[in-house]
Design a protein around this ligand. Structure first.
Ligand code: PGA
Length: 260
């Protein structure tokens, strides 16, 4: 696992957008797995700015969703499908045809979950999966004690996650209880996994995920099993890392050609 400590969220956005641009230069039809929530927005802004400046060709890029609320009506502004279309697909000038996501309104949700895992595999797999981290250590909506081998399935959100996400809704009671999420095993299938965390509220979860033991109680610790996992944190989110100086030294000494 590589840990990169950057000064702030904008620097994180630039760094990860640069990695995405490099990937798209090598593989123009790359499948980018995108996350919702507040943390990844600087990445999408930085990538869209590079596209507008003509620095990256996204015309063949494909985008796929990490998770989705169950039961929100079609077109609800806080469904993750609507969010990804608004925050990523539209600003990059992509069409809905380049977008893959699970059906949170399906009558047969287990079938919809299996269909989504199959669709990701048939699309050739995810090239770069961007992740946030919950204050409880979740990735996607894999709450603590999720199976580390899980595939896309239905999960029940913790009270804490519903409270964290209530800022996007009128109240905590309006946050759906159930979600579809790529499983931890599904996430680990991506060729490169990039976890971004910013702010002091994530410091404890980041320290447990990076330096704690591999444990289902900290789902993000599963990235320790991935051969190409990058954790990008700002100074506030890095505050709990005992090896912060080592991570700084390592990144400072990294050959430029290596990229993330
Ligand atoms: P946030 O969400 O970026 O809005 O904090 C992260 C997550 O829940 O994965």
């Amino acid at each position: 696992m590589e840990v990169v400590i950057v000064p702030d969220a904008d620097a994180a956005g630039e760094l990860i957008a640069g990695a995405m641009a490099g990937l798209l230069a090598r593989r123009p039809d790359a499948l980018l797995g995108v996350a919702t929530g507040s943390t990844p927005l600087p990445v999408y802004r930085a990538l869209a700015a590079r596209v507008r400046a003509g620095g990256v060709d996204v015309s063949r890029a494909r985008v796929c969703q990490l998770d989705e609320y169950v039961g929100l009506p079609a077109g609800h502004p806080e469904s993750y499908r609507s969010t990804v279309l608004r925050e990523v697909v539209a600003p990059l000038g992509l069409t809905e045809e380049s977008f893959l996501g699970p059906d949170g309104e399906a009558d047969d949700l287990p079938a919809a979950c299996a269909d989504y895992d199959r669709a990701l595999a048939e699309a050739g797999g995810v090239d770069l999966q961007l992740l946030g981290i919950g204050s409880d250590g979740h990735i996607g909506f894999n709450e603590p004690c999720s199976s580390l081998a899980s595939r896309t399935r239905i999960k029940t959100l913790t009270r804490r996650t519903r409270e964290d996400n209530s800022r996007f809704f009128g109240s905590v009671d309006e946050v759906p209880q159930h979600v579809i999420t790529q499983g931890i095993g599904t996430i680990l299938d991506a060729r490169h996994v990039v976890l971004l965390a910013t702010g002091a509220g994530k410091a404890e979860a980041v320290a447990l995920a990076v330096e704690g033991p591999l444990a289902a109680s900290v789902p993000a610790s599963a990235l320790q099993l991935h051969p190409h996992a990058t954790v990008v944190v700002d100074e506030a989110a890095a505050a709990g890392l005992a090896r912060a100086d080592y991570f700084r030294d390592t990144y400072a000494a990294k050959p430029k050609w290596q990229g993330l």
